[in-house]
Design a protein around this ligand. Structure first.
Ligand SMILES: CC(C)(COP(=O)(O)OP(=O)(O)OC[C@H]1O[C@@H](n2cnc3c(N)ncnc32)[C@H](O)[C@@H]1OP(=O)(O)O)[C@@H](O)C(=O)NCCC(=O)NCCS
Length: 185
Protein backbone atom coordinates (compact mmCIF):
# COMPACT_ATOMS: atom_id res chain seq x y z
CA UNK A 1 0.00 0.00 0.00
CA UNK A 2 1.04 3.58 -0.51
CA UNK A 3 1.12 5.83 2.52
CA UNK A 4 0.54 9.55 2.60
CA UNK A 5 3.96 11.18 2.88
CA UNK A 6 4.84 13.58 5.65
CA UNK A 7 7.80 15.55 7.01
CA UNK A 8 9.00 15.93 10.55
CA UNK A 9 12.02 17.33 12.39
CA UNK A 10 14.72 15.14 13.90
CA UNK A 11 16.00 15.78 17.43
CA UNK A 12 19.12 17.42 15.91
CA UNK A 13 17.01 19.76 13.78
CA UNK A 14 17.36 18.04 10.39
CA UNK A 15 14.22 17.55 8.31
CA UNK A 16 13.09 14.02 7.50
CA UNK A 17 10.54 12.73 5.03
CA UNK A 18 8.60 9.49 5.48
CA UNK A 19 6.91 8.00 2.43
CA UNK A 20 6.44 4.86 0.38
CA UNK A 21 9.51 3.80 -1.65
CA UNK A 22 10.03 5.16 -5.16
CA UNK A 23 12.23 4.01 -8.01
CA UNK A 24 14.65 6.87 -7.28
CA UNK A 25 15.37 5.23 -3.86
CA UNK A 26 16.73 1.98 -5.30
CA UNK A 27 20.45 2.81 -5.14
CA UNK A 28 20.01 4.43 -1.73
CA UNK A 29 18.23 1.30 -0.51
CA UNK A 30 21.00 -0.99 -1.81
CA UNK A 31 23.61 1.21 -0.07
CA UNK A 32 21.54 1.16 3.11
CA UNK A 33 21.17 -2.65 3.05
CA UNK A 34 24.95 -3.11 2.84
CA UNK A 35 25.95 -0.35 5.26
CA UNK A 36 23.42 -1.27 7.94
CA UNK A 37 24.70 -4.87 7.83
CA UNK A 38 28.22 -3.54 8.47
CA UNK A 39 27.14 -1.28 11.31
CA UNK A 40 25.23 -3.65 13.58
CA UNK A 41 24.98 -7.31 14.51
CA UNK A 42 21.34 -6.73 15.47
CA UNK A 43 20.02 -7.36 11.97
CA UNK A 44 20.08 -10.77 10.36
CA UNK A 45 22.32 -10.15 7.30
CA UNK A 46 26.07 -9.85 6.99
CA UNK A 47 27.39 -7.41 4.33
CA UNK A 48 28.62 -10.21 2.06
CA UNK A 49 25.09 -11.62 2.01
CA UNK A 50 23.83 -8.43 0.35
CA UNK A 51 24.95 -9.42 -3.14
CA UNK A 52 21.55 -11.06 -3.58
CA UNK A 53 19.95 -7.60 -3.54
CA UNK A 54 19.80 -6.11 -7.02
CA UNK A 55 18.33 -3.07 -8.73
CA UNK A 56 15.76 -5.28 -10.43
CA UNK A 57 14.92 -7.08 -7.17
CA UNK A 58 14.40 -3.81 -5.29
CA UNK A 59 12.26 -2.48 -8.12
CA UNK A 60 10.04 -5.55 -7.91
CA UNK A 61 9.93 -5.36 -4.12
CA UNK A 62 8.89 -1.68 -4.14
CA UNK A 63 6.20 -2.39 -6.75
CA UNK A 64 4.88 -5.35 -4.76
CA UNK A 65 4.85 -3.44 -1.47
CA UNK A 66 3.20 -0.38 -3.00
CA UNK A 67 0.48 -2.31 -4.80
CA UNK A 68 -0.25 -4.81 -2.00
CA UNK A 69 -3.27 -4.45 0.28
CA UNK A 70 -1.57 -6.33 3.12
CA UNK A 71 1.98 -5.03 3.02
CA UNK A 72 3.61 -1.66 3.31
CA UNK A 73 7.16 -0.39 3.22
CA UNK A 74 7.99 3.04 4.59
CA UNK A 75 11.29 4.74 3.86
CA UNK A 76 12.77 7.65 5.76
CA UNK A 77 14.70 10.16 3.66
CA UNK A 78 17.08 12.68 5.25
CA UNK A 79 19.10 15.14 3.13
CA UNK A 80 18.00 13.20 0.05
CA UNK A 81 19.42 9.90 1.37
CA UNK A 82 17.70 6.72 2.53
CA UNK A 83 18.19 6.78 6.33
CA UNK A 84 16.25 3.58 6.92
CA UNK A 85 13.03 1.79 6.41
CA UNK A 86 10.36 -0.32 8.06
CA UNK A 87 7.76 -2.79 6.89
CA UNK A 88 4.47 -4.24 7.98
CA UNK A 89 3.02 -7.37 6.46
CA UNK A 90 0.14 -9.69 7.15
CA UNK A 91 -1.61 -12.42 5.22
CA UNK A 92 -5.18 -13.18 4.30
CA UNK A 93 -5.42 -16.68 5.76
CA UNK A 94 -8.34 -16.95 8.15
CA UNK A 95 -6.33 -18.45 11.01
CA UNK A 96 -3.45 -15.95 10.89
CA UNK A 97 -4.73 -12.74 9.33
CA UNK A 98 -5.03 -11.17 12.79
CA UNK A 99 -1.20 -11.07 13.06
CA UNK A 100 0.94 -8.39 11.41
CA UNK A 101 4.74 -8.68 11.36
CA UNK A 102 6.84 -5.55 11.54
CA UNK A 103 10.55 -4.84 11.12
CA UNK A 104 12.73 -1.73 11.12
CA UNK A 105 16.37 -0.70 10.68
CA UNK A 106 18.10 2.66 10.27
CA UNK A 107 21.65 3.65 9.42
CA UNK A 108 23.73 4.50 12.47
CA UNK A 109 24.00 8.20 11.55
CA UNK A 110 20.28 8.45 12.21
CA UNK A 111 19.87 6.46 15.44
CA UNK A 112 18.34 8.20 18.48
CA UNK A 113 16.77 10.99 16.41
CA UNK A 114 13.17 9.90 16.88
CA UNK A 115 12.81 8.28 13.44
CA UNK A 116 12.03 4.84 14.90
CA UNK A 117 9.30 6.37 17.07
CA UNK A 118 7.74 8.20 14.11
CA UNK A 119 7.91 5.14 11.86
CA UNK A 120 6.31 2.98 14.54
CA UNK A 121 3.48 5.49 15.05
CA UNK A 122 2.77 5.08 11.35
CA UNK A 123 2.97 1.26 11.46
CA UNK A 124 0.54 1.23 14.39
CA UNK A 125 -1.84 3.52 12.48
CA UNK A 126 -1.78 1.13 9.50
CA UNK A 127 -2.49 -1.83 11.80
CA UNK A 128 -5.34 0.01 13.52
CA UNK A 129 -6.93 0.90 10.18
CA UNK A 130 -7.01 -2.75 9.07
CA UNK A 131 -9.77 -4.33 11.09
CA UNK A 132 -8.53 -7.92 10.80
CA UNK A 133 -5.30 -7.08 12.64
CA UNK A 134 -5.48 -7.80 16.35
CA UNK A 135 -1.77 -7.89 17.12
CA UNK A 136 1.55 -6.66 15.82
CA UNK A 137 4.55 -8.95 16.19
CA UNK A 138 8.31 -8.50 16.00
CA UNK A 139 11.59 -9.96 17.20
CA UNK A 140 14.78 -8.41 18.53
CA UNK A 141 18.17 -9.92 19.25
CA UNK A 142 19.50 -10.19 22.81
CA UNK A 143 21.43 -7.05 23.76
CA UNK A 144 19.58 -4.66 21.47
CA UNK A 145 18.58 -2.31 24.28
CA UNK A 146 17.74 0.60 21.96
CA UNK A 147 15.30 -1.48 19.93
CA UNK A 148 13.75 -2.95 23.07
CA UNK A 149 13.34 0.53 24.60
CA UNK A 150 11.63 1.76 21.42
CA UNK A 151 9.30 -1.25 21.21
CA UNK A 152 8.31 -1.08 24.89
CA UNK A 153 7.64 2.64 24.52
CA UNK A 154 5.35 1.84 21.59
CA UNK A 155 3.37 -0.70 23.67
CA UNK A 156 5.02 -4.01 22.81
CA UNK A 157 5.77 -6.67 25.43
CA UNK A 158 7.97 -9.74 25.39
CA UNK A 159 6.01 -12.96 24.87
CA UNK A 160 8.71 -15.52 24.22
CA UNK A 161 12.28 -16.33 23.44
CA UNK A 162 13.94 -18.19 20.61
CA UNK A 163 16.87 -19.75 22.41
CA UNK A 164 20.18 -19.42 20.52
CA UNK A 165 18.25 -18.27 17.46
CA UNK A 166 21.21 -16.27 16.13
CA UNK A 167 24.83 -17.42 15.74
CA UNK A 168 27.46 -14.80 14.90
CA UNK A 169 30.55 -15.59 12.81
CA UNK A 170 32.68 -15.89 15.96
CA UNK A 171 30.34 -18.57 17.28
CA UNK A 172 28.51 -16.35 19.80
CA UNK A 173 24.96 -17.60 20.27
CA UNK A 174 22.26 -15.04 20.97
CA UNK A 175 18.64 -15.36 21.94
CA UNK A 176 15.90 -13.71 19.95
CA UNK A 177 12.99 -12.21 21.87
CA UNK A 178 9.46 -12.19 20.49
CA UNK A 179 7.20 -9.25 21.26
CA UNK A 180 3.59 -8.41 20.53
CA UNK A 181 1.41 -5.36 20.77
CA UNK A 182 -2.33 -5.92 20.95
CA UNK A 183 -4.52 -3.60 18.91
CA UNK A 184 -7.52 -2.45 20.89
CA UNK A 185 -10.80 -2.86 18.98
C1 LIG B 1 16.47 0.22 16.91
C2 LIG B 1 16.18 1.43 16.05
C3 LIG B 1 15.21 1.05 14.95
C4 LIG B 1 15.54 2.50 16.94
O1 LIG B 1 15.21 3.63 16.14
P1 LIG B 1 15.64 5.08 16.62
O2 LIG B 1 15.19 6.06 15.62
O3 LIG B 1 17.08 5.06 16.97
O4 LIG B 1 14.73 5.19 17.91
P2 LIG B 1 14.13 6.51 18.58
O5 LIG B 1 15.17 7.60 18.53
O6 LIG B 1 12.81 6.83 18.00
O7 LIG B 1 13.85 5.99 20.04
C5 LIG B 1 14.81 5.26 20.74
C6 LIG B 1 14.48 5.32 22.21
O8 LIG B 1 15.36 4.43 22.88
C7 LIG B 1 16.06 5.15 23.89
N1 LIG B 1 17.39 4.55 23.94
C8 LIG B 1 18.40 4.77 23.12
N2 LIG B 1 19.45 4.01 23.46
C9 LIG B 1 19.06 3.28 24.51
C10 LIG B 1 19.68 2.29 25.31
N3 LIG B 1 20.92 1.90 25.08
N4 LIG B 1 18.95 1.75 26.32
C11 LIG B 1 17.68 2.13 26.55
N5 LIG B 1 17.05 3.07 25.82
C12 LIG B 1 17.73 3.62 24.82
C13 LIG B 1 16.06 6.58 23.44
O9 LIG B 1 16.23 7.45 24.53
C14 LIG B 1 14.69 6.69 22.79
O10 LIG B 1 13.67 6.87 23.74
P3 LIG B 1 12.97 8.32 23.93
O11 LIG B 1 12.41 8.68 22.59
O12 LIG B 1 11.92 8.04 24.94
O13 LIG B 1 14.04 9.23 24.36
C15 LIG B 1 17.46 2.01 15.43
O14 LIG B 1 18.31 2.43 16.43
C16 LIG B 1 18.19 1.02 14.53
O15 LIG B 1 17.88 0.93 13.35
N6 LIG B 1 19.14 0.26 15.06
C17 LIG B 1 19.95 -0.70 14.26
C18 LIG B 1 19.13 -1.78 13.59
C19 LIG B 1 18.24 -2.46 14.59
O16 LIG B 1 18.62 -2.74 15.71
N7 LIG B 1 16.99 -2.68 14.15
C20 LIG B 1 16.02 -3.35 14.96
C21 LIG B 1 16.13 -4.80 14.81
S1 LIG B 1 15.00 -5.63 15.92
Amino acid sequence: MIIREFEFTLKDGRKALIRSPKEEDIQGMLDYLYKSAEETDFILRYPEECSRYTVEGEKELFERMNSSSNEAMLVCIVDGKVAGNCQITWNNRIKTRHRASVAIALLKDYWNQGIGTRLFQELIRIAEENENILQMELEFIEGNTRARALYEKMGFRITGVGVNAVRLKDGTLLNEYHMIKEIKR
